[in-house]
Write a protein that binds this ligand. Structure first.
Ligand code: ATP
Ligand code: MG
Length: 399
């Protein structure tokens, strides 16, 4: 057992000693069997939430209505969820009702894919009701039970299918794939934020290319904002992903906007439809502004400068985009800019005021703005005497 499981064993043992069943479940079990590092350890138990809380001193109700209680132990938190079934999905997205049950098999049955439906007992026994171990060995992604029913219950699972396939480099088994084709339109029922989470993980997967090609083959893209009827661009993106994958959400989405040929303004509109945060949107807009220049011609110093803190992301996207631009040379040019920020100008409003005897006002900003441009262009050195001399000249001219 990996360390993360070992340190959680006391929790399993406490539950078992009280007469309940308790197992490790979910992604951590899958990843352990794949010899991959694990993120969070999830425990499933026959104990009801109130029974769990009675057994442990320190617990937090993180999702008590779904049966989840976080147990705090040695500075670690372990999500412990009561075995449950989910019944009557009428809106294709979440269960109308969660029912706590005492049987592990009922709990495993409601899980999405066979490789995610494994349970690991404290003594190392693996409970494998749906041949998940065999699917792990054959790198196969297969829905638990009848795929068509499972996607109708919860359409997000279709996105999870392409996401896991990309992350794990697994093949989606034919019946599961056909069920995605059949139910792709249901994706529109899912909150865009949740689709976004899966797509973002998919684009960073080690076989992101396969994930994106399966997404296209099943037509899931037709039910996503801004991705309908842009198959050619998305094929182009998939081709890029064969060689290397984005390392962050910002890079993944900026590259997508770039491959779609969007303007900075359209990039914002597109990313807002996907409910991205302002930080990612601003980064993408600044990067796209520079990238659209680089697609056509050389960038000026000013254009490099204006990219600001989005410059590293822009360069990463440029690398992935396979454009012929010399990324190293651009990075050098950026590093060698005289300033990277207006506040690095060796002159302040105060000095300006006393040196050229000018009252604060719009003229101030105008002069500072011009000095900034001249310094970035390398036409004026960034030292106080040169800047004051030039400021005087500008003020004179403006009079
Ligand atoms: P990751 O490493 O990305 O966290 P994971 O398998 O742990 O992968 P989670 O989203 O954390 O994925 O979910 C934990 C487990 O809960 C899954 O392994 C699966 O058994 C179950 N699960 C999660 N979402 C669904 C869903 N939409 N339908 C059915 N089962 C689900
Ligand atoms: Mg998880």
């Amino acid at each position: 057992l990996p360390e993360e499981f070992k340190s959680a064993l006391p929790i399993i043992h406490t539950l078992e000693a009280a007469g309940y069943e308790a197992y490790f479940v979910g992604g951590a079990v899958r990843d352990t069997l794949l010899n991959k590092p694990i993120h969070d350890v999830d425990i499933a138990t026959s104990a009801y939430p109130e029974e769990v809380k009675q057994l442990f001193d320190r617990t937090v109700d993180t999702g008590i209505e779904h049966g989840t209680v976080m147990i705090l132990d040695h500075g670690q938190g372990y999500e412990t969820t009561t075995f449950r079934t989910e019944s009557t999905y009428t809106d294709f997205r979440r269960p109308d009702q969660v029912t706590f049950v005492r049987s592990l098999s009922d709990d495993l049955k409601r899980r999405d894919f066979t490789i995610n439906a494994l349970a690991l007992r404290g003594d190392g026994l693996v409970v494998d009701l749906f041949n998940g171990v065999s699917d792990l060995e054959h790198q196969t992604l297969r829905a638990v039970g009848h795929a068509s029913d499972r996607f109708q219950e919860d359409a997000l699972r279709m996105m999870r299918a392409v996401r896991f396939a990309a992350q794990l480099d697994f093949t989606i088994e034919p019946d599961t794939k056909q069920a995605i084709v059949d139910h792709a339109p249901l994706l529109e029922k899912i909150a865009i934020e949740r689709v976004n989470v899966e797509l973002t993980k998919m684009l960073q997967g080690r076989n992101a290319q396969y994930g994106l090609l399966e997404l296209l083959a099943t037509r899931l893209n037709a039910y996503m904002p801004g991705l309908k009827n842009v198959e050619i661009d998305l094929w182009g993106y998939a081709e890029l992903l064969a060689k290397d994958q984005p390392d962050t959400p910002t890079v993944a989405w900026t590259l997508l906007a770039f491959e779609l040929g969007l303007t900075p303004k359209d990039t914002e509109t597109f990313l807002r439809l996907w409910k991205h945060g302002n930080e990612l949107i601003q980064q993408a807009q600044k990067a796209i502004t520079l990238l659209n220049v680089l697609r056509q011609s050389e960038a000026t110093n000013w254009q490099l400068y204006m990219t600001g803190d989005a410059f590293p992301n822009a360069m990463r996207v440029l690398q992935l985009s396979q454009l012929p631009n010399d990324v190293l040379e651009l990075k050098n040019r950026y590093m060698q800019l005289a300033i990277h920020h207006r506040d690095e100008l060796q002159i302040s409003g105060k000095i300006l005021q006393s040196a050229i005897n000018l009252q604060p006002g719009p003229m101030f900003g105008k002069i500072l703005g011009e000095l900034e441009k001249l310094v970035v262009a390398g036409q004026v050195a960034n030292n106080q005497s040169d800047l004051i001399a030039r400021a005087k000249a500008i003020a004179e001219k403006e009079k």
